[in-house]
Design a protein around this ligand. Structure first.
Ligand code: NI
Length: 257
C-alpha cells in the first residue's frame, strides 16, 4: 500500500470528480492520504475531507504565500484543529522566496509561529521551501530541530542538504519530479537519503510524473514514482512502497489520537 503524504484534493482542479476519484483510492492501492492546507480555506476544506473519508487525514497550516491572511484569532482556530483526532500535521508551512508574495520578515514571523504551534500541540510539520534553502534550514534548526519531526515536502535542494535534514531527524518528501529526465539532483537525493527517511507524495494537482507531466496529478500516479526510486536504488518497488508506508505511519500515525 502507498501513503500519499502531501495532497491538495480541495483544489478546484478536482471539482468535477473529487468524490469518484477518492472513492477509488483504496482499491488502487493508495492506503492513506494526507491532505495539506495551503490557504485558510484549504485548511477548512482539509478538515471536511478528513471527516468524510476514513483513510484521509488533514494537516493544518498556512503556506508562506498566504500568511498575510493570518492573525491571532486564526492561529487560535488552527490550534483548536490541531487537537482534532484526524489532524496529524502542521503544514504546509515555510518560506517561499520564488513567488515572494509577502516580505521575508512576515514570512519568517508566521513560519516561527506555526513551528511553535507544532511544538506545543505535538504534531510533526510539513515544510514548504522554495528558493529559500538556507533560511529554511536555519529556522528549522533554531526553532524546531527534531522536536516533533516532520517532512521537507517536495524537497528541491541538494543531496547534501537532504542529509543535513535527516541528521536533524526529518524525512524527505519525494514526488513526481524524480521521474523527470533532467532531474539530476532529485535522482541524487533519491539515491543518497536512507530509505527509512523517504516519504512519497504527489503535491497533486501539481507535479505529475512522466509520462503525465504537465497534466493533473493524483495519488493514482504514485506507482511511477515508486518505480523510479526503486530503479535508482536497485531494489524492488515493493520494498520502496512498504518502507515509505511504514515511515509515514510512524511519523503521522503516532499523532492519530
Ligand atoms: Ni503542496
Amino acid at each position: 500500500m502507498i501513503f500519499d503524504t502531501h495532497t491538495h484534493y480541495d483544489d478546484e482542479a478536482f471539482e468535477e470528480d473529487r468524490d469518484v476519484l477518492l472513492a477509488g483510492m483504496e482499491a488502487a492501492g493508495i492506503g492513506k492520504i494526507l491532505n495539506v492546507g495551503a490557504s485558510l480555506e484549504g485548511v477548512r476544506a482539509s478538515q471536511e475531507l478528513a471527516g468524510k473519508y476514513p483513510f484521509l487525514y488533514a494537516a493544518a497550516g498556512v503556506h508562506p504565500d498566504h500568511v498575510g491572511d493570518l492573525d491571532d484569532d486564526r492561529m487560535q482556530w488552527m490550534y483548536g484543529l490541531c487537537a482534532g483526532e484526524k489532524t496529524v500535521a502542521v503544514g504546509e508551512i515555510g518560506l517561499d522566496y520564488y513567488w515572494d508574495k509577502e516580505s521575508h520578515e512576515i514570512q519568517k514571523k508566521w513560519f516561527a509561529a506555526q513551528l511553535a504551534m507544532a511544538r506545543e500541540t505535538g504534531l510533526p510539520v510539513s515544510i514548504h521551501s522554495r528558493d529559500a534553502a538556507q533560511d529554511t534550514f536555519d529556522m528549522m534548526k533554531s526553532e524546531h530541530a527534531g522536536t516533533t519531526g516532520g517532512v521537507i515536502h517536495c524537497f528541491s535542494s541538494s543531496a547534501q542538504m537532504a542529509l543535513e535534514y535527516v541528521k536533524l531527524g526529518y524525512y524527505i518528501g519525494i514526488g513526481g519530479v524524480v521521474t523527470f529526465k533532467n532531474a539530476r539532483v532529485m535522482k541524487e537525493v533519491a539515491a543518497a537519503v536512507p530509505l527509512e527517511r523517504i516519504l512519497l507524495e504527489t503535491d497533486c494537482p501539481y507535479l505529475a510524473p512522466t509520462p503525465h507531466r504537465g497534466r493533473r496529478n493524483s495519488s493514482l500516479y504514485l506507482p511511477l514514482v515508486v518505480e523510479e526510486i526503486a530503479r535508482i536504488r536497485g531494489i524492488a518497488p515493493q520494498e520502496v512502497e512498504d518502507t515509505t508506508y511504514e515511515n509515514a505511519v510512524k511519523l503521522f500515525g503516532c499523532a492519530v489520537r
